[in-house]
Design a protein around this ligand. Structure first.
Ligand code: ADP
Ligand code: MG
Length: 558
């Protein structure tokens, strides 16, 4: 019946309690290998610079000889005799500066490109982790690994500092909103977006690297020229017998050499230590594999998809809280094309039911089925991207245009499809009333829109994929009564002909459901229609009564 594409899901990895991760040399080699040629060139240039550095004191010594001879004999012109040696030295200084410039540019290039590869690989692997992984980690910490740790790792090769603020923004948004990204199976797109930002910042950073390399090369020349100048002044001091030539020479060369090697050693040592631990943190998440893969598995052809859902004896506890059962022997059937409402106290596990249906998590025991197929055998990206439309209480929008936000539900949707979805969601009118229309940028997380407008965009985004199953998790509970009416109207329209799970705290919105399921303590405790449950006088009628007390009486008809 089902079209099988790939193997079964990978078994869950049991992760031990995290110590400081060890540096993964194998993985490091994988990232370094593409740059070996350039690295070789950089090493050759650096060796060349070192060779020139050895030559310089020798020539300086010869210059001192001339100075000494002049001091002894007081014959001939000092300037004429030292001219060719000085020119030679100047040429060597120029060459040294050039070589320094060259190897620093190459190193910065390798560093920036490796950092891009590292960030891309890490970001891509982070996006693929289980939702449970994100429950246990702070997004700030994850973003840190992408930026600070890669940064530190990179600079341990004595490389330049780069500005990744924009790329960080994309990563922060995508990782922070990972449920939304997952619900629309949009990982690929987010990766591309992040990749574009990375390329942009790489270009800027390489430019900066060239600037720093130029500065280093030039300052080397300047530093060396200063030494030469001192030598000339010192030379005249020596000529006046106030200083011996040998003293001047050893003072100059020794102090310079000691100064340079001390600085290099301390920098190198500090960098290697910091680089290794930062690299270890970067590689740690790169090798982690999720227990629920993003894709792979069976899918059903659209014309045969009925959209019936069944939970059979499902028990579940969150991976980060294993001893705390949220669902216990939970049974629920959503008949195709019918509306089922799930009600119960806050914290009772309603959203958890929706998360299991989206396969953000797998049940601890029991099965969730779509059209008789265990969800675990189905392709998760097909399930999330094409079967299930999910609308939550807090709609999450991305900082781009309204058009792009709706298209998030279906990347290849035409403009007409976007308009149609917006009309169905009661959103077309308010969108076209904006001066920029569909090209209006909604601002970070949709901050420029009202709650009701955001929710209608979220509905359009869910409807554009024409989902067979619609989950409405408290979709109107954050809205004022006026927006609620408009949004509810859109939802009623969207619900017809679909399998719908309405999760509601406000019971006024579930009256029309074909069936109402009341849950408490992770179990189903009552099932029936509104009238049946009221007549029964159980938990549902109790909830209704309590809510009637909480909410003010309905407004008088206008
Ligand atoms: P409801 O939607 O009915 O208000 P939820 O399904 O959100 O309830 O939560 C059910 C229980 O699971 C609560 O006790 C809640 O604290 C816990 N819970 C919810 N989400 C998580 C999570 N990501 N990690 C751990 N525990 C969670
Ligand atoms: Mg909830």
């Amino acid at each position: 019946v089902a079209l099988c594409e790939a193997e079964e899901a990978l078994p869950a990895h049991s992760r031990p309690c995290v110590l400081e991760p060890r540096f993964n040399w194998m993985l490091f080699w994988k990232f370094l290998r593409p740059h070996l040629l350039v690295l070789g060139a950089a090493v050759v240039l650096a060796l060349g610079a070192a060779l020139v550095n050895v030559q310089i004191p020798l020539l300086l010594g010869q210059l001192v000889e001339i100075v000494a001879k002049y001091t002894r004999d007081h014959a001939g012109s000092f300037l004429t005799e030292s001219r060719s040696l000085s020119t030679h030295l100047l040429l060597l200084y120029g060459l040294q500066g050039l070589l320094t410039f060259g190897y620093l540019v190459l190193l910065s290039r390798i560093g920036e490109r490796m950092a891009v590869d590292l960030r891309r690989a890490l970001f891509c692997n982070l996006l693929r982790q289980d939702i449970a992984f994100f429950d246990a980690k702070k997004t700030g910490q994850l973003v840190n690994r992408l930026t600070t740790d890669v940064q530190e790792f990179k600079s341990s090769f004595k490389l330049v500092i780069s500005q990744v603020a924009r790329a960080t923004g994309v990563a922060d948004e995508a990782l922070g909103n990972v449920r939304t990204v997952r619900a629309f199976a949009m990982e690929q797109r987010e990766e591309e977006r992040y990749g574009v930002e990375l390329e942009g910042s790489r270009y800027k950073a390489e430019e900066l690297g060239r600037g720093i390399a130029l500065f280093q090369g030039l300052s080397n020349i300047a530093f060396n020229c200063m030494v030469l100048g001192t030598l000339f002044i010192g030379g005249s001091l020596v000529a006046g017998q106030q200083l011996t030539g040998g003293d001047l020479m050893s003072f100059l060369v020794a102090s310079q050499t000691v100064q340079r090697s001390m600085a290099n050693l301390s920098i190198l040592f500090g960098q290697v230590v910091r680089g290794l631990s930062a690299g270890a943190r970067v590689f740690e998440y790169m090798t982690l594999s999720p227990s629920i893969p993003l894709s792979g598995g069976c899918s059903l052809p659209r014309e045969r998809l009925r959209g019936s859902i069944a939970f059979h004896n499902v028990s579940f506890s969150y991976p980060c809280r294993p001893g705390f059962p949220v669902l216990r022997d939970f049974n629920l059937t959503l008949p195709p094309g019918k509306i089922v409402a799930l009600v119960g106290q806050s914290g009772g596990g309603k959203t958890t039911v929706a998360s299991l249906l989206e396969r953000f998590y797998d049940p601890t025991a029991g099965v969730v089925m779509l059209d008789g197929q265990d969800l675990r055998t189905l392709d998760p990206s097909w399930l999330r991207g094409q079967v299930i439309g999910f609308i939550s209480q807090e709609p999450v929008l991305f900082g781009t245009t309204i058009m792009e936000n709706i298209r998030f539900g279906k990347v290849d949707a035409s403009d007409e499809e976007v308009y149609a979805a917006a009309r169905e969601a009661n959103a077309h009118e308010f969108i076209t009333s904006f001066p920029e229309g569909y090209n209006t940028i909604v601002g970070e997380r949709g901050a420029t829109l009202s709650g009701g407008q955001k929710q209608r965009l979220a509905i359009a985004r869910a409807l554009i994929k024409q989902p067979a199953v619609l989950i409405l998790d408290e979709a109107t509970s954050a809205l004022d009564s006026e927006s609620e009416r408009v949004v509810q109207e859109a939802l009623d329209r969207a619900s017809s002909g679909r399998t719908v799970l309405v999760i509601a705290h406000r019971l006024s919105t579930v009256r029309a459901a074909h069936q109402i399921v009341v849950m408490a303590h992770g179990r189903v405790c009552e099932v029936g229609t509104h009238e049946e449950l009221l007549k029964k006088g159980g938990l549902y009628s109790e909830l209704i009564r309590r809510q009637a007390l909480d909410t003010p009486p309905p407004e008088a008809p206008r």
